[in-house]
Each structure stands twice: as C-alpha cells, then as structure tokens.
Write a protein that binds this ligand. Sequence first.
Ligand code: NAD
Length: 309
Amino acid sequence: MSLSDRNVLVTGGAGFIGSHLTERLLADGASVTVVDNLSNGDRGRVPDDAGFLEADLTEPDALEGHLDDVDLVFHLAASKHVDTDRPHGQFDDNTRMTRNILEAMADAGITEIAYTSSSTVYGEAPRPTPEDYAPLEPISAYGASKLADEGLLSARAHSHDLSVWNFRFANVVGPRLRGAVIPDFIEKLRDDPETLTILGDGRQEKSYLYIEDCLDAMCHVVENADGAMNTYNLGTRTTTSVDRIAAIVADELDLEPAFEYTGGDRGWTGDVPKMRLSIEKLAALGWEPRRSSDEAVRQATRKIIEELR
Ligand code: NAD
C-alpha cells in the first residue's frame, strides 16, 4: 500500500512528531488535514498546503463533517503530561480521544488507522523487549492510556473491518522537541554553564530514535504490514544513558559543567529507568534505523541548540 495519493487525517499534527509526519506525507504526495487543539502544538508548524482544524478530540462531535474525503487516519494526539490535580485526567483524555476517533471513523466508513503507542506499555520489562512480551504492566497513567487504546483498537480490528498499524515508540528526538531531557539540559546549561542538575542518578538508559528514522519506519510499516492489528516496536538497537546525554549536550555547547544528581534510580514517579525495544520484527519487515541511539541524541542536540539560540 502506497501513502502517495492518500487523503490522510493527522491528529496532533501541530505537535513534534505530527508536524514532521505532515511534512513527510505531503512530500510523498498525500493530501493531509491536521486536527489539533494546540494544547501542546503550534499552528505555525503546520505547512500551508495542509488543511487545519482546531478542535478538542475529547469532544464527541469534534470530527463531525470533517472526515468526508479522508481514507486513512494517523492518530498522534495525546496528552503526554501528568496533571497532579487530575491524576486520572490523562488516562481519561487519551482514551476518550481514541474512542471518539474510532466512532467518527466508523460513521464515515474509514477502515485504516495508524496509532502512536509507546514503550511505556511494557512497564519495567526485560530488555530488549519484544512485541509479544507479557504481562504488560505499565507503571504510569500515560502508559496505561496507551495500553487501553491498543485494546480498543485491537477489539475493533478483530471484530470489524479495520486495519491498525500500532507503533510502540522508543524516545523520539529531533528538531521541535520540547519538554524532554535534551532541550531541558540545553536550557539549564544556558542559565548556569557551571553546574547541571540531573534527575535521578544519571544511569537511566533508554533507546533514542531520530525523527527521520521514526518517520521512515512508520511509513515502511504502513506500506508493508498487512494484518488486521500490526504492532511494531520502533527504536534503535543501542541505548544512551542520561549521563551520556548530559556529556553530549555539554560537548555540543563547548562547556565542562559539574554534574549534580537529585538521586534515586529514575527521573520521576512513573519513569521507566531502563528501556530498549527489540526491533527484530521490524528488521524482518525490511527496516533498520540509520542512526544509533547516541547519533540520534547528538544530531537532535545540534538542531535544538540552533532552534533555542
Ligand atoms: P506532542 O505533545 O508534541 O504532540 C501531541 C499533539 O496532540 C500536540 O500538538 C497537542 O496539542 C495535541 N493534542 C493533545 N490533546 C489534544 C486534544 N484533546 N485534542 C486535539 N489535539 C490534542 O507529542 P509528540 O512527542 O509529537 O507525540 C506524538 C504521539 O507520539 C503522542 O501520542 C505520544 O504519546 C506518542 N509518543 C511520543 C514519544 C516521543 O518520544 N515523542 C514516545 C512514545 C510515544
């Protein structure tokens, strides 16, 4: 299945990954409409040749009358941030969005959806974690919302005419990334070039995937996997520790700060300290990342330093 000449709806298309995906799909010859409530997105990132609908997807009627020409949905919209005043709010919002989108798609007769899940569905699993690892025991409301969404998608894929491409992402990095470890270190070092405070003990270790590799993998899976529920890990074969990220960021800024640690084995409650995904299933489908995890971090660091200059 080719993505050129498709009429695609990208939810969350004003966000980090969604805006890059929109550019990529347009370049490949698809027609794209973005829907986003701009809670964590930027209207300026949506290319002029994409349609744009500002709407809150937690509202049941958000897409009414807007799906007539759509034949494929890339569903990326999600709340990634925990609101401590509403502990279940993130779970409610993310699952409500996915349920609303599935209902709107069914009403409009759309039978294809690509969904952005996360490594967090695995919880603290042995590494490298394959797609058939069990039991799936997420340790955050965010991970729980991704797992619940996968369940909704699977149920519909196996009982209705729906094809699902379900991506379990590692940590995706690149230009436009905000609210994550790389831009956080850059901003901290701009404020204080002498000392960098690192959350946890610095030994947290995860797989980082560069945005271009991520988009290539997403398109490759949609174009080549043809089951009803196609679940794929998207990551690199290597990992990068938080200490190593700090060293790369300091190196790119030409600084030699002292590192201080807040302590403990993780950055925050619900953080999975060590994550690496098996990508053997993806490799068997004919795809390999072009960059290692360290290369992804360094390339993203350079781009984000330019953006924050
Ligand atoms: P992002 O926050 O930059 O993009 C998400 C977009 O969704 C934002 O533009 C936001 O405004 C929009 N949105 C949120 N709530 C909405 C609502 N109620 N209605 C309409 N739009 C809404 O995040 P991202 O990093 O680009 O992530 C995209 C997807 O990939 C998300 O589903 C995320 O959970 C998933 N993911 C990302 C990573 C990563 O490393 N960035 C890793 C695993 C999974």
